[in-house]
Design a protein. Structure first.
Length: 147
């Protein structure tokens, strides 16, 4: 099951100069939803700086995350769409227009949430539909949340 996705965890049409800004927008949405602290945002950025753009898992889509830690208060999900796509440095899937931020309290929750998201994104039409979403309700529907 996917973590909760409150309104304050959805940001549409965000202006970002680069992938750092995009991930910070995701981190701010996770923080504002009560799922994490600002330290989690910095850890998500650190993961990408250390391991590269492996978080860009499909054309136009990044899954920003870090391991469970004390900076994760509760399981949470954030969705950020960008006004203009940014490059993360992935050789095939750049540029990115949709970033999902995932914060979980346990490794088991991480595996379950990633598996659930993989099912959603098996439909190649979901990423461009999310990028074009005009409201929170559309985002939730596309991700399979009940209305």
């Amino acid at each position: 099951m996917l973590p909760p996705l409150p309104d304050r965890a959805i940001r549409l049409g965000v202006d970002a100069n680069d992938w750092h800004d995009a991930v910070r927008a995701c981190g701010a949405a996770l923080r504002d939803s009560g799922a994490t602290t600002d330290a989690y945002t910095e850890r998500m950025i650190g993961v990408i700086e250390e391991f590269g753009a492996y978080v860009v898992i499909a054309p136009g889509f990044a899954l920003a995350h870090a391991r469970p830690g004390s900076d994760v208060k509760t399981d949470g999900l954030a969705v950020v769409t960008l006004a203009d796509p940014v490059r993360f440095g992935h050789p095939h899937n750049d540029p990115v227009s949709v970033i999902i931020g995932l914060a979980v309290t346990t490794t088991d929750e991480h595996v379950g949430a990633v598996a659930e998201l993989a099912n959603v994104f098996n439909d190649a039409a979901v990423i461009p539909a999310l990028a074009a979403a005009a409201d929170d309700e559309t985002v939730r529907r596309l991700l399979g949340y009940p209305s």
